[in-house]
Ligand binder design. Structure first.
Ligand code: ADP
Ligand code: ASP
Ligand code: MG
Length: 458
């Protein structure tokens, strides 16, 4: 059994969904049954969030965006599965429920994470019903399967954590032989108490990997709008190339550092079971794309480069940090308690300062946590107030072949120097798989192109 996942970019309109159905038609001849995990139609989740926020701010215009969302879905459904009354009714029911919740948000002027998860789930639920209907319309034996009945999480709304034991037990009961094609909504799940949760933005990739691992799939295929994982984001680097093969760890590093063609947690479940992960292009289905497996077979020194955009770089420094036990422990524990996610850490050997990068949205939370933890040290002038530099980005150079090979850092930083890009901080893990650095956001494109030319144009 193979698991296919189609992202929002592959489901943006009726024409794109038509391509998806063509791909499934071909695949279902080769192998049966298939599991198909789908995202919401392109842009729908963003639109749902905007609508929900507008309602919570008591902006009556939310009603117009709601109507536009309903119109978009019904129009596409008519085009891909005209006359499917059952699905039309399901979409109408979903819309009525969605409208009702949004009206409640408007009346209260309040939007909790729990309610937002419920609202966001409509995107994937509708698209899964629609894709199943389109398959049937094309003569395929397809049915909607509700992934919320199988993926069990905690109640951390917005980015719920999966209970793998309960999920594996539930997936064990999925009757994969009940139809040729099972269409499941990605991104959505349910807590043990029955609350609807979501797996984090871009999380449908993760759903596919969880389902693939739980069912012991022979492969998980992520179908998107580019030719697989590329040496850099093609939106930044026009001559980026498709990576034929890469290791799970390389893919994990690249996705953690901003290559959002794969949602970073996706790699873990498939890596644990050594299930090959393929990344393919819906708009160029004959192209092989990328195979992610145990080994990287690339001849190249580096496999790829990526950036995490819009980060803040925070420096904690002071004479009281030198030679004192436990400062780093207290610092990172206080950040963890405040639920601040660290993207990268760097400390000079003088121990005088520790620097780290966080998402811009987290910088206030981080500063507050540090000021509370080190209040006494700051009063005694042993530690300074944290310094925050905004509008930065973290650039990562990733590749298994960098290990024990001298001269790579010189080449990376030499090419940045020649392009006039200033490097604010650097970190390299001892695995030598990744060199990451903090630079100004405005230099991101220049830096990516400079390093890309230095390593890939020879
Ligand atoms: P989907 O809707 O299929 O989930 P995403 O938008 O989440 O698609 O991911 C695909 C996008 O990821 C591409 O269009 C591209 O802009 C971006 N991307 C970023 N880094 C890379 C990379 N290294 N290789 C390929 N795509 C990348
Ligand atoms: N629809 C969700 C999002 O936009 C999940 C996904 O597309 O993977 O984040
Ligand atoms: Mg995606």
């Amino acid at each position: 059994m193979r698991v296919f996942k189609f992202g929002g970019s592959s489901l943006c309109d009726a024409e794109a969904i038509g391509r998806v159905i063509d791909i499934l038609q071909e695949k279902s001849i080769e192998e049966k049954p298939l599991c198909v995990v789908v995202s919401a139609m392109g842009g729908v989740t963003d639109e749902i969030i905007r609508t929900a926020k507008a309602a919570s701010h008591r902006e009556i215009a939310y009603r117009e965006t709601l109507k536009a969302l309903r119109k978009r879905h019904t129009k596409v459904l008519n085009a891909i599965a005209h006359g499917d009354r059952e699905t039309t009714e399901i979409i109408q029911e979903q819309c009525v429920e969605f409208f009702g919740i949004c009206d409640g948000v408007y009346a209260l002027g309040e939007l909790s994470g729990k309610v937002l998860d419920r609202l966001m789930s409509f995107g994937e639920l509708c698209s899964a019903h629609m894709v199943a209907a389109a398959c049937r319309h094309a003569g395929l034996d397809a049915k909607f399967v509700d992934s919320r009945d199988y993926i069990v999480t905690d109640e951390r709304y917005g980015a719920a954590r999966v209970d793998f034991e309960k999920t594996a037990a539930a997936l064990h009961k999925l009757d994969a032989d009940g139809a040729t094609i099972h269409v499941l909504p990605g991104f959505v799940a349910r807590s043990a108490n029955g609350r609807i949760t979501t797996l984090g933005r871009n999380g449908s990739d993760y759903s596919a990997a969880i389902i693939g691992a739980g069912l012991g799939a022979s492969a998980v295929e992520i179908w998107t709008d580019v030719n697989g994982v590329m040496t850099a984001n093609p939106r930044y680097v026009s001559d980026a190339e498709s990576i034929e093969r890469m290791s799970y760890v390389e893919a994990m590093e690249l996705s953690h550092f901003g290559a959002h063609v794969l949602h970073a947690p996706t790699l873990q479940p498939v890596m644990e079971k050594t299930i090959p992960l393929l990344v393919r292009n819906t708009f160029s289905p004959d192209f092989k794309g990328t195979i992610v497996g145990n080994e990287s077979v690339s001849e190249r020194i580096i496999t790829g480069i990526s950036t995490v955009d819009n980060v803040s770089f925070i420096r904690v420094q002071g004479s009281g940090m030198v030679g004192v036990f436990g400062v780093a422990g207290r610092l990172f524990t206080s950040l963890a308690k405040a639920e601040v996610n660290l993207i990268m850490i760097s400390q000079g050997s003088s121990e005088h300062s520790i620097c780290f990068a966080v998402q811009d949205a987290d910088n206030q939370k981080a500063v507050q946590a540090i000021e509370t933890e080190f209040e006494l040290e700051m009063q005694a002038h042993m530690m300074d107030t944290p310094v925050v530099e905004r509008e930065m980005c973290v650039l990562a150079v990733v590749g298994e072949n960098m290990r024990r090979r001298p001269g790579i850092a010189a080449n990376v930083f030499g090419s940045l120097g020649e392009s006039g890009v200033n490097v604010v901080a650097i970190a390299q893990g001892s695995s030598e798989l990744n060199i990451s650095m903090v630079i100004l956001q405005q230099d991101a494109s220049k830096a990516l192109n400079a390093i890309h030319s230095a390593f890939f144009k020879k």
